[in-house]
Write a protein that binds this ligand. Structure first.
Ligand code: KG4
Ligand code: ZN
Length: 339
């Protein structure tokens, strides 16, 4: 039996510059450098993100290779995210990976960032196929039925804002900074989720499509009832309650869709992945649903929820085993969809 391949994976689709190494079928290194140049702007500035990737890519890759104890000559393949994401950011990682694969004469493995999140549960003990997967990130909210490796069925997705985007926009309204998810999560732990009933909107009648932009607007309308002085006083007293009530509305919508999808598909294995899967209330509600509906739940450890290259490395490991490599003419695809 041949030795499992040594793969270097690179992820640069948004504002995290990341590299990971899998060798001997095990994750050997996982380095993520989260850019802080965007903090002052309350969101990711694409031009600054690509410049920072340019600055960070060599040190991050070097650190991952050193941590893994592998040399360039040991690499059997170079994997990289080629979409979806910011064009200028994707190009930095992709150009670097293509040059390295060309120079070393090893295969290039292009990975869809969303597939990376979906397979992030395999970095540690993953589910058997098929499994139902809720992908909740800053850019996407999708419910996917994973038939087996690389056969995916999209059951539903958001028609407007992604769940993480809703967290980030509401955090911005509340002056909490970017990214908003972890800040709202922390505050919500001191608040009352029943403080106010924000709308639980479903897009489409019985399907699995989501809509979060109305929820963000209802938080805005709620705050606009106050004068500036009243608002400051209100937030002084009830910021945590407001965070908890907003967060509960997001969690309820996601869990309701998951409950219905489990009922309809009969899924016995369910994964919740992506940046928002780090959310304390969502994790607890998913655990409670697993108990109630009798399925096995797979949640990535927190370090693999947010963008990272370990998930790209694991996906590349599967792709390589299936003989799926990419030509060196592979281009960045900012709008790349699943499937
Ligand atoms: O998967 P990810 O790192 O990047 C994308 O692919 O978009 O997800 C980032 C998103 C951000 O919107 C961030 O606010 C959200 O995940 N997030 C959270 C939490 N941690 C990160 N949202 C809610 N609660 C959290 N604890
Ligand atoms: Zn992501």
């Amino acid at each position: 039996m041949p030795e499992p391949p040594v793969i270097l994976a690179i992820e640069s689709s948004c504002d995290d510059t990341a590299a990971a190494v899998v060798a001997g079928g095990r994750l050997r290194a996982n380095v993520v450098s989260s850019q802080d140049v965007h903090l002052a702007y309350g969101g990711v500035v694409p031009e600054l993100a690509s410049r920072d990737h340019q600055r960070l890519i060599v040190p991050v890759v070097t650190q991952a290779m050193t941590q893994a104890g592998v040399d360039k000559a040991d690499l059997d393949a170079v994997a990289v995210t080629y979409g979806p994401g910011l064009a200028g950011s994707l190009l930095v990682g992709l150009s670097f990976a293509k040059a390295l694969a060309l120079g070393l004469g090893v295969p290039l493995v292009g990975v869809n960032h969303l597939e990376g999140h979906i397979y992030s549960v395999f970095i540690e003990d993953g589910p058997p196929f098929p499994y139902l997967c809720l992908v909740v990130s800053g850019g996407h909210t999708q419910l996917v039925y994973v038939e087996d490796g690389f056969r995916l069925r999209l059951l539903g997705q958001t028609r407007d804002d992604a769940a993480g985007e809703a967290f980030d926009k509401v955090a911005k309204l509340l002056g909490l900074g970017y990214p908003g998810g972890p800040k709202i999560d922390a505050l919500a732990q001191q608040g009352d989720p029943a403080f106010h009933a924000f709308p639980r909107t479903l897009a489409g009648e019985a399907g699995y499509d989501f809509s979060f932009s109305g929820l963000k607007t209802s938080v805005l309308y709620f705050l606009n009832r106050f004068s500036e002085a009243e608002r400051a006083a209100f937030l002084d007293e009830h910021l945590a309650d407001l965070c908890a009530a907003f967060q509960q509305a997001v969690v309820d919508v996601l869990i309701d869709a998951l409950r219905r999808a489990v009922g309809q598909t009969g899924a016995r294995h369910v994964a919740v992945v992506g940046g928002v899967s780090a959310n304390t209330a969502l994790r607890a509600a998913a655990e409670a649903l697993a108990h109630e509906a009798g399925f096995t739940l797979y949640l990535p450890p927190l370090r693999y929820c947010m963008d990272n290259a370990a998930m790209i490395a694991v996906t590349a490991h599967f792709k390589l085993a299936a003989g799926l490599t990419s030509p060196l003419t592979l281009t960045a695809q900012p709008g790349l969809a699943l499937g």
